[in-house]
Design a protein around this ligand. Structure first.
Ligand SMILES: Nc1nc2c(ncn2[C@@H]2O[C@H](COP(=O)(O)OP(=O)(O)OP(=O)(O)O)[C@@H](O)[C@H]2O)c(=O)[nH]1
Ligand SMILES: [Mg+2]
Length: 290
């Protein structure tokens, strides 16, 4: 099996004094770990140029590296608004198969205890893919939460509009909406998302409106490109980094943060409903770097 980034770094700095080559290899390892070429080059350059080379023990070097990466491990906490009459809206976005629908179920599980299942509402905004509505409806039933849905092929903006109306009239505190993951045509995506965004903004205050992009931690630099497209189309408030259990990767969150300044809210660590954790920068860096 391929070595993880942290294994590679540990192996690299096992000898006493790191050479120029060691730093070249560190740069390669970081790039292959998806932290992005620019960030990898900058960080390694800084470490190379330090007057006092980090020297010392391997742990010192690893700590120095983590310290330099820390500003890019941006975090944001997303919670339903405290005001009992405020409806918090999470729009879940992302390309095909990244884990959007599963993520929605996990978010429900995560917030159910603090705000109550009866105050959570789902919206089947993916009206495009066959069986997408049913898939979300099954989660809603299992989790014991209400869902607003229409037929496949319905206008997603209309379903979302209905869901917001329904949530407000029934006193829901959290509305989470699924969306279709197609991205084959950027102009279409921008048009569709802009329309949804206009509808949401007309009904939901910006302070309780979260556009959450699900990124598969194992997809490499593709994740950065996805973030760029969605950020340009609708403006992304946070990343849900899914499939963090699947490999030693996940460095893509640093690349997205460095390029687009988007923070991470949660990570997904498996397929089960409880496989969700708040993003903790120190824990994340420890997992990535060692
Ligand atoms: N190991 C692992 N698998 C995950 C995680 N999140 C989602 N999955 C799996 O990824 C696959 C796709 O998940 P979905 O939730 O259907 O993804 P989606 O983005 O809604 O897909 P589309 O609706 O087809 O665009 C499923 O097999 C999920 O069980 C995770 O954190 N870890
Ligand atoms: Mg889906």
């Amino acid at each position: 099996m391929k070595k993880t980034l942290s294994e590679r770094i540990r192996a690299l700095f096992s000898s006493s004094t790191p050479s120029d080559e060691t730093f070249d290899e560190l740069e390669d390892a970081l790039i292959e770990g998806d932290v992005g070429v620019r960030l990898a080059t900058d960080i390694v350059e800084q470490m190379r140029n330090e007057k006092q080379p980090p020297g010392g023990t391997r742990e010192d070097i690893i700590e120095a590296l983590k310290k330099r990466l820390r500003p890019y491990a941006r975090q944001v906490e997303i919670t339903p608004a405290q005001a009992p009459d405020a409806l918090t809206f999470i729009l879940v976005l992302g390309v095909n198969g990244v884990g959007k629908t599963t993520t929605i179920a996990k978010l429900v599980h995560h917030f159910a205890e603090s705000i109550g299942r009866d105050r959570i509402l789902l919206c089947a905004g993916d009206t495009f893919r066959a069986a997408a509505v049913e898939q979300l409806a099954i989660h809603a039933e299992r989790l014991g939460v209400r869902i607003v849905k229409q037929e496949r092929g319905a206008d997603p903006g209309a379903v979302i509009y209905d869901a917001i109306e329904s949530g407000k009239s029934r006193g829901a505190r959290l509305l989470v909406a699924d969306t279709a993951g197609r991205m084959h045509n950027k102009a279409d995506l921008v048009a569709e998302l802009s329309k949804i965004d206009r509808i949401v903004r007309s009904k939901i205050d910006e302070s309780v409106y979260h556009r959450m992009l699900v990124v598969d931690a194992t997809t490499g630099q593709n994740g950065l490109r996805q973030a760029e497209v969605f950020h340009e189309a609708i403006g992304i408030d946070s990343i849900f980094l899914a499939k963090c259990d699947s490999s030693g990767k996940g460095g893509i969150a640093l690349a997205i943060s460095q390029q687009l300044e988007i923070p991470v809210s949660f990570i997904g660590t498996g397929e089960a409903y409880d496989a969700i954790e708040r993003f903790v920068p120190e824990t994340y860096l420890a997992g990535l770097i060692g």
